[in-house]
Design a protein around this ligand. Structure first.
Ligand SMILES: Cc1ncc(COP(=O)(O)O)c(C=O)c1O
Length: 427
């Protein structure tokens, strides 16, 4: 292969990054698991931190050159502990799934039982038979779930805890519409001596903003999370805890050497910057996200969409789940909207089985990214109108472009108005 041909390959890939950036510049972003980093966070991700290794913990490394990384990592841990009012924090997992793997290693031996929500009630694959928990050889039992209310069924789950005596009770959802009943179940969980693990991948930013629920105060031992969904940081993971020293040691070992070697230090610095920004802006950001989700749910419902959990007010988080069987199914609706530059995903709803994964009955919507760029109630109503008309066959792409043109700046973070102007450290 000639040198010119590989240069062309490199430039072709770069061109794809340009086109991709333009696609999202021109689209309404409604994927519930994505977000935009702040300028200062972005700078951390491309800094020299990103080129380095720092295995282990501050003060106990295996490489030289980590003096400044040690100072930074210690500060990031402190910020995360402050933000979540946690006794412990581990800022090394490189994604939500990776944080979950570490906790599976820490708390579960092959053959032991874990109680989790089922996949069709919104659980994540990492707690499924074919995900991290199943691959550890654990026995998976499911919580009772009320599909009408889209909430964990407390009485049914209490019975399941007493019958199964699980080692771990895991509260975690990829469709996390309502707070989990930790408080209500804590006494029963304590009776069987189980560890309470809260997978807050989706709702971490809402918890940081003191909305939704406060798992550590309600009885969770640990929270795992992604730092790039409602928590608007770099693609990374985190674990926070209020456990005894013995348990926390197991978590530390689960992370390293359990599931990571190097922990993506640029992203970890970005997590610290985002944590600092969330200490200042988190409450107003989380409130706006939830208000937008409720508004969008109501607006879609009033236009005839079957938004689930109507009896519970559709949502208390950033997420909405909509049954679109009568509109042609999840895949068709998501594809029609994509052609109009409205980006969301098809999703299973209660009652769908695994064979429906590629063509499920629902769509999932998240409002965290649209909120991050400053959209509010009137834009939610406008978006509901655009969705309705697109699903009925209208071409609304030009209207989407016109709307999106007005929302191009990341909010709820440090920027020019606070004396921080994005300086590209490394051109
Ligand atoms: C509940 C839950 N846990 C874990 C994850 C995995 O997070 P990540 O994509 O950061 O690996 C997700 C991802 O969407 C999730 O919904």
């Amino acid at each position: 292969m000639s040198p010119n041909s590989s240069l062309n390959d490199a430039l072709w890939i770069r061109q794809k990054a340009v086109e991709h950036t333009e696609l999202f510049r021109d689209s309404i972003p409604l994927i519930a698991s994505e977000n935009l980093m702040s300028p200062l966070t972005k700078e951390m991700v491309i800094s020299d931190f990103n080129n380095r290794y720092a295995e282990g913990l501050p003060g106990h490394r295996y490489y030289q050159g980590n003096k400044i990384v040690d100072e930074m990592e210690t500060r990031v841990e402190e910020l995360v502990k402050t933000l979540f009012r946690a006794k412990q924090a581990d800022v090394r997992p490189i994604s939500g799934t990776n944080a979950n793997q570490a906790l599976v290693f820490a708390f579960l031996q092959p053959g032991e039982t874990i109680l989790t929500p089922s996949l069709d009630s919104g659980a994540h694959i990492s707690s499924a038979q074919f995900g991290a928990v199943g691959m550890r050889g654990c026995s998976i039992k499911n919580m009772a779930f009320n599909t009408d209310l889209m909430k964990v069924d407390v009485d049914g789950t209490r019975k399941a805890i007493l019958a199964e005596k699980p080692k771990v009770v895991l509260f975690g959802f990829s469709v996390f519409l309502f707070p989990a009943p930790i408080k209500e179940l804590k006494e029963t969980i304590d009776e069987v001596g189980a560890t309470v693990w809260y997978d807050g991948a989706h709702v971490l930013g809402l918890i940081a903003g003191r909305r939704f629920q406060d798992p550590l105060r309600e009885g969770a031992d640990v929270i795992s999370g992604s730092t790039h969904k409602t928590f608007p940081g770099p693609q990374h993971g985190v674990i926070v805890g209020n456990t005894d020293e013995e348990k926390w040691k197991k978590v530390r070992r689960g992370v390293f050497p359990g599931v990571i070697s190097n922990h993506h230090i640029g992203a970890m610095a970005g997590l610290g910057v985002t944590a600092a920004e969330m200490i200042e802006f988190g409450e107003s950001y989380a409130s706006a996200i939830i208000q937008n989700a409720k508004t969008l749910g109501g607006e879609l419902h009033s236009r005839g969409f079957k938004v689930l959990a109507e009896k519970s007010g559709f949502t208390e988080s950033h997420t909405l789940l909509i049954d679109v069987k009568k509109e042609g199914g999840g895949r068709q609706v998501a594809e029609v909207l994509e052609r109009n530059n409205i980006i969301l995903n098809k999703n299973m709803i209660p009652g769908d089985d695994n064979t429906k994964a590629q063509n499920p009955s629902g769509i999932r919507i998240g409002t965290q990214e649209a909120t991050r760029i400053g959209m509010g109630r009137s834009e939610m109503s406008h978006i509901a109108d655009l969705i309705q008309r697109a699903v009925k066959g209208a071409n609304v792409k030009d209207e989407v472009l016109e709307l999106k043109r007005q929302f191009q700046e990341v909010k709820y973070c440090y920027g020019k108005e606070r004396g921080y102007d994005f300086i590209e450290l490394y051109r």
